[in-house]
Design a binder for this molecule. Structure first.
Ligand SMILES: CCC[C@H](NC(=O)CCC(=O)O)C(=O)O
Ligand SMILES: NC(=O)OP(=O)(O)O
Length: 318
């Protein structure tokens, strides 16, 4: 594997899931593979799970690890080409990227959507500059339009907990005080559409995701109807994507906060969320603390998805 930015990069999902279960049984099985290889993790945005689980995955494979928080300690970076750099940014990304590539063997990048320009975000401008100019294999630790390490962990979790071959999985929008990226819902939808699950997306009108991510999923504007008979409920907030509303908050309707009311019409569904989660905005305390909440095992599986991905990137090194 030469990069990991989307579901296509992991190849056959069945083998990827099988490999994740092998690694879950013995996460140090390939500890020699990464000897004297260095992972560099670059964060333009905050992180807890991705930062810790990806570092742990690298240690599972015997790698050295370097972590750079771009906004704490590095020079402020200009990302636009052609700009006269007479402002507060002493360095351009187009120099910083190849320099960082000199010091490592594999690069992970976190760079959220900025909501300033939809094309800039949806062309994955920052991530693609790392792919183009670093000279190293690059993987996404959540970029503008996807979060594949999270979605891979979500799939592993559903495979572990599902009680039927084709569970009904419902991704629901929920209210939030800030406009959040579409990366997690886009990515979850992309991975769910790559399975044969019964996948439903529910959100208020105006929160339609980009068609290329919705794919063949059923979209249901009535949340209660969507929840009927669900085996898994995956909650997440996202800002509007469509038209002039890009990056906007259109609703903070707390009727969409996942509570016992909605969970009551499911098939005793498991509750999932990528975390961090705003309690009593996205989901009530009762639901996230219930025996059906699997948000912690879901987060634990981030170590597994990252170990599989890093293993395959190491195997792809010349
Ligand atoms: C893994 C999720 C990362 C990020 N979440 C946030 O930015 C939450 C920030 C907040 O709740 O203020 C998101 O929604 O994409
Ligand atoms: N789910 C996830 O990626 O969490 P962090 O933003 O804390 O890394």
């Amino acid at each position: 594997m030469k990069k990991f930015t989307c579901v296509q990069d992991i190849g056959d999902l069945k083998s990827a899931i099988e490999e994740s279960f092998v690694i879950k049984k013995d996460r140090f099985k390939y500890v020699e593979l990464g000897r004297n290889k260095t992972l560099m993790m670059i964060f333009f945005n905050s992180s807890l799970r991705t930062r810790l689980s990806t570092q742990k995955a690298a240690l599972n494979l015997g790698m050295n690890v370097m972590v750079l928080d771009i906004n704490q300690g590095a020079w402020k970076l200009e990302t636009e080409r052609g700009v006269i750099m007479d402002g507060d940014k002493p360095e351009h990304l187009l120099e910083a990227i190849p320099v960082m590539g000199c010091y490592c063997d594999i690069i992970g990048v976190r760079s959220f959507a900025r909501f300033e320009n939809r094309d800039f975000d949806y062309q994955e401008t920052i991530l693609n500059q790392f792919i183009q100019y670093s000279g190293r294999p690059v993987f996404s630790m959540e970029a503008a339009t996807r979060h594949p390490l999270q979605s891979f962990a979500d799939l592993i979790t559903i495979e572990e907990y599902k009680k039927t071959a084709r569970p009904k999985v419902v991704m629901t929008w929920a209210p939030h005080p800030r406009p959040l990226p579409q990366a997690v819902p886009n990515s979850f939808a992309e991975w769910m559409n790559a399975t044969d699950y019964d996948f439903v997306i529910t959100h208020p009108e105006g929160y339609e995701l980009a068609p290329e991510f919705v794919g063949n999923a059923k979209v249901e504007y009535d949340q209660m109807k969507a929840f009927e008979g669900a085996d898994f409920v995956y909650a997440k907030n996202w800002a509007a994507y469509a038209g002039d509303n890009y990056g906007q908050i259109l609703s903070k309707d707390r009727e969409w906060t996942v509570s016992d009311r909605q969970m009551a019409v499911t098939n005793n569904a498991y509750f999932m969320h990528c975390l961090p989660v705003r309690r009593n905005m996205i989901v009530t305390d009762e639901v996230i603390e219930s025996p059906q909440s699997i948000v912690i095992p879901e987060a634990a599986n981030r170590e597994i998805s990252a170990t599989v991905v890093l293993k395959r990137l190491l195997e792809g090194l010349e």
